[in-house]
Each structure stands twice: as C-alpha cells, then as structure tokens.
Design a protein around this ligand. Structure first.
Ligand code: CU
Length: 139
C-alpha cells in the first residue's frame, strides 16, 4: 500500500514537473551559422546563431514557440534539462534576444553548441539543441 501511494505521488510529481518545461514545436532546430564545423579561425571569433521553426524572445517574456539562445563553450549540455541553465563562463545566456556574439578564445580546439531556453532559462521539451561544432583557433 505504501509503495502504491509513493508510486502515485511520484507519478503526480513527474506530471507537475513535466508541465514546467515549455514544449518545443516539431521540427524546431537551433544551428550555428558560422563558424563552420572544423573551421580554423582567429580570436576574437564571431559566432552567429540560427533558429528554425521558432522565434526569439528575450528572457522573462512568455511568447509561444519562442526562447533565447545559450552558447555552450567547451562543455556539454547539462544532463538535467528540467532546471534553469546556470550562467557560467561556459554557458553564456543571450537573454536580450541576441543572435550573434564575439568570443575571445585561446589558441587550440574549442567546441560550440547552442541550446535554446524558455523565458525562465529552462530548455524546451524536447530540447532545441544544435549540433556541437569544433573549431580551431590559430594564432
Ligand atoms: Cu538564459
């Protein structure tokens, strides 16, 4: 009986939890327009963000089928996508709705990936995550 109640509670909790994530429309796609995967570039690097099937809205603004970009620099997306993305030097928020940035990077290989977040910086469901690209910064 106790197990049953616990199971029921967990089911309700997961439902509530799931509702906190904003749904992404089918076919939504984030992608890095430039630089291209495998490119050799000089720092500072201009990075341009692309988005298909959704619109850009600043953080804090609730608007259907929209979000703002986060650039993952030399890191993977967090495994728990139900929480707001932290703001670190490897997870850069573009909460004003920016669609490009300029990064200062050390020489060598770096990875870049885009992850869209909703008005609360929480990735959508399913997550709108670009392909991860690798670039090489040359001196
Ligand atoms: Cu954000």
């Amino acid at each position: 009986m106790r197990t049953l109640i616990l199971t029921a509670l967990l089911a309700v909790a997961s439902l509530v939890f799931a509702q906190e994530r904003t749904a992404a429309p089918a076919g939504a796609e984030a992608y890095i327009i430039s630089p291209q995967d495998g490119a050799k570039v000089h720092s500072p690097v201009r990075v341009q963000f692309g988005l298909k099937g959704m619109g850009i809205a600043p953080a804090g603004v609730k608007f259907d089928n929209s979000g703002h970009h986060h650039l993952l620099v030399d890191t993977d997306a967090p495994t728990d996508l139900s929480a707001p993305l932290p703001a670190t030097d490897k997870i850069v928020h573009f909460g004003k709705g920016q669609t490009e940035t300029t990064l200062t990077l050390t020489p060598g290989k770096h990875t870049l990936q885009l992850l869209l977040g909703d008005q609360n910086h929480i990735p959508h469901d399913p997550p709108v995550l670009s392909k991860k690209i690798t670039i090489t910064v040359v001196k």
